[in-house]
Design a binder for this molecule. Structure first.
Ligand code: AOF
Ligand code: ZN
Length: 360
């Protein structure tokens, strides 16, 4: 087996944490002695042992002289758990192969230094790109102070999201909807607007067995349109209601799980940069946005969209239907915002396109 194959095993283990590790990264570890995998581990939940600890436990005395494959640089700091670099050194591991360095400023290369100082051979960069993609949310928060932001959209083949009269619910089929719930479950927050909530009577919870912790529901209601009787508030998972200083004060008694946050604003519009920075401060790694054309357009113009997740349904709404994003009119095709398709697949009867902005 090659370095890459062992690292792929470690990545597969890391992925098991995708519903539960946030705000921590997903990390997997494999320990190999004389060509045999003798230890396996992955990080499951914040506060619980790191991947290396589980793998070392399984390997026991066989860890001595063995090689460890880890998808993230072993930590060097005392957080909720002691440093993994020390645990590897104490177990007399002789070589550590790492996919990516830890962007956490508390670690950031110090784990590697510690291992090298103890005479351990270290190699960094095996399957690095896959490991970085897996932790794009954690990396984004560590490196930019804000979460990785995905925008979900659903349209017909002719790119329409609603009929001219506004009717829009259930464009896509059940498999695509299940896929959406899976994305919700893997996100720290769901971002939406009062308008979308009212239009769809949305609850914005992750309805899948795999969901370990319901995401924070972040609802922009700068005009004060929502009433506590909406279905959204009948679900007990936390809600951050985003208003501005100009939102009409209606002296509403919100339920306990609702926090009202007054966002910085310009001309009564929420400052979206400030909002995502606030979500970063609240340790949100991944934001899943389900909104209308207006917020999608604003996020796009603010350069805040990291990934588009677009479901295309096999039906036509016709030329009078509504489009996906509201952006200023332009007359030159060269001015059209562009994106790059990174993954295209069929989900049930629909197609799912994952794209990232093409910033040229
Ligand atoms: C590793 N292996 O499996 C993980 C690491 O609060 P703590 O103690 O859990 O520390 C969390 C930080 O540790 C996290 O921000 C990241 O830098 C690192 N995560 N490191 O060596 C692991 N999950
Ligand atoms: Zn660690």
């Amino acid at each position: 087996m090659t370095h890459q194959q062992y690292m792929q095993m470690a990545l597969d283990l890391a992925a098991r944490g995708s519903y539960s590790t946030a705000p921590n990264p997903q990390v997997g570890c494999i320990i190999v002695a004389d060509g045999q995998v003798v230890g396996r581990g992955w990080h499951e939940r914040p506060g619980e042992p790191h991947a290396e600890v589980y793998a070392l436990r399984e390997a026991g005395a066989l860890a001595s002289g063995a090689t460890a494959y880890v998808t993230l640089e072993p930590c060097s700091h005392f957080g909720r758990t002691p440093p993994c670099a020390d645990a590897l050194i104490d177990a007399a591991i002789s070589r550590v192969v790492i996919a990516q360095l830890d962007p956490n400023p508390l670690v950031a290369g110090r784990g590697v230094e510690k291992l090298k100082a103890a005479g351990i051979a270290v190699e960094v960069g095996v399957l690095e790109s896959a490991a970085r993609t897996m932790n794009c949310g954690f990396r984004s928060r560590m490196e930019r102070g804000r979460p990785w932001l995905r925008v979900k959209l659903a349209a017909t083949v002719d790119g329409r999201t609603a009929l001219a009269n506004g009717a829009s619910q259930w464009i896509t089929g059940t498999a695509a909807r299940a896929d959406v719930h899976d994305f919700r479950a893997r996100s720290g927050a769901i971002l939406s607007t009062a308008r979308t909530v009212l239009r769809d009577n949305a609850r914005l919870t992750a309805r899948t067995e795999r969901c370990e912790q319901q995401p924070l529901r972040v609802i922009i209601d700068s005009q004060g349109l929502l009433e506590p009787t909406a279905s959204l508030f009948q679900e007990s998972s936390p809600i951050l209601l985003v208003q501005t200083a100009a939102t009409p004060d209606r002296a509403v008694q919100w339920p306990q799980h609702v926090e009202v946050w007054t966002a910085p604003s310009t001309e009564r519009r929420v400052d979206l940069q400030a909002l995502v920075a606030e979500l970063g401060r609240r340790q949100i790694n991944d934001v899943w946005t389900e909104c209308g054309a207006e917020l999608a357009g604003s996020l796009m113009q603010e350069g805040l969209i990291d990934e588009w997740v677009i479901y295309v349904a096999p039906k036509f709404f016709g030329a009078t239907g509504r489009g996906l994003v509201e952006i200023p009119i332009f007359s030159n095709i060269a001015d059209a915002p562009k994106c790059i398709f990174t993954d295209v697949r069929q989900i049930g009867a629909d197609i799912r396109i994952i794209a990232k902005p093409d910033t040229g």
